[in-house]
Design a protein around this ligand. Sequence first.
Ligand code: NAD
Length: 523
Amino acid sequence: MATDLQITIRKIASLNPATGTILREFAGAGEDEVRAAAARARAAQPAWADLGLRKRLAVLREFQRRLHERKSEIADAITREAGKPRAEALVTEVLVVLDAARYLIDNAHRLLRDEPVPHGNLATKLKRGRLVREPYGVIAIISPWNYPFSIPATETLAALVAGNAVVLKPSEFTSLAALELRELLHAAGVPEDIFQIIVGDGATGAALVHSPIDKLVFTGSVATGKRIAAAAAQRLLPVVLELGGKDPMLVLDDANLDVASSAAVWGAFVNAGQACLSVERCYVHRSLYEKFVAACVEKTKKLRVGHGEDRDTDVGPLIHERQLQLVEAHVEDAKARGARVLTGGTRIPELGRNFYRPTVLADVTHQMRIMREETFGPVLPVMAFDTDDEAVRLANDSEYGLAASVWTGDAARGQRLARCIHAGTVMVNDVISCFGISEAPHGGFKASGIGRTHGRFGLEEMVRLKYLDVDFMLAIKKVWWYGYGERFARQMEGFLDFQFARGLGDRLRGALRAAGVIRRKQL
Ligand code: NAD
């Protein structure tokens, strides 16, 4: 059945972002193809669920073994297509997925099994309740290009382990990384219709949102997230939205300056600043400001910008020209409003396409785009503050709330501030690594999203919660059924007093008044 979607399907190409070399071209999947994939997934899913968790985990173990065996090849493929240094492809992509598999192998039995629900209310004490977790059916995943392997893979593994089928639409810029994931999963024993990939751009993604799926896990920009939420609302499709961030880093007056400045430089420039958890805003206590900024500049100047394949590269290219233009626009806006560029601030055409010098900005303010909008590029803007309260106020002065970090020599002080920051994750004395902690839930407050991926809460997103209630008193009518009247009302008042009155005497009198309810006549 066709929808009234007006979509134009375009050809897409995977490119090496550093050179522009075309790695492979694809025809984007059209609406019929997307619907057919969802239908195949739906037909195949019951058998995958019936297979049972033990056998699904055996498949996951085999996937983990194969990924470990092919780690170098997979890292190379990611680097070619996304431009990131190979070391980052190994650590932030392959390792994250190997560990996500480890977490599920160790914990899925405990997290997915039925859970008893003891009843406290005396009226229902004799019944038995349980929580049952059932797969949704078909989970659609739409993913971005910045972590083209680890983002779709971690979400896919949780969905599959829970017994769902998955249809993944990877970013149009990084289809090849997703195809590597498909090859690994199928070789490990996931049936072809249980994990499918449809390649294409936003139009294909829009078709997937309208196809017969049961839940959508989307990772990408706030703008697309809002469009998807609006489309999902039309059919009350449940969604997880992992959206953008403008993560603040707060460096308090007792922080270790050397460690914190290294963290700022890594946190701002890892993946060329194209991480949802990047340090996008840095606030430093005025007493440390000049020294901190100087340390950041010195360390930034030492970074080796180059092609990801080169083993010495620290910072690779941006993904495409549009991203470069956005970064330039933010830096130019900051300069025009009085920011100082201490290092960087220009393209590096001699290296190839899409290279931008890691940039440190001082004297920035919250009137500048660089402190308000997601930049998603290699820029570290640093601003001074005077008090902890001011630092928290600045951190919270944002529409985003993905993550934040607090740097201090006093862990208790750091935790106090962390509790005041409006973000899904706050790290004390670390940045970004929360994404690699498989136990930790990942997700945002405010415009940064809805729902969670990773860990226990990420797995919970992949199941419908069913409450199962069993009454073993087969021959007894419930006292609250028909047979109302003045007497029954008095008995019920007594019952309420028995359970909730504060004084012992009132409770006992209530029990006596309630006792007759058992013998009353009912329909
Ligand atoms: P994007 O929103 O442009 O695209 C994300 C995905 O959505 C792509 O696959 C794209 O083809 C698809 N898409 C585009 N329009 C669509 C539509 N109308 N309907 C359905 N699908 C559509 O984002 P991007 O540029 O690929 O990724 C960068 C963004 O992702 C940044 O904002 C970054 O912060 C965010 N991100 C968030 C997280 C997180 O976990 N919170 C992680 C990584 C990236």
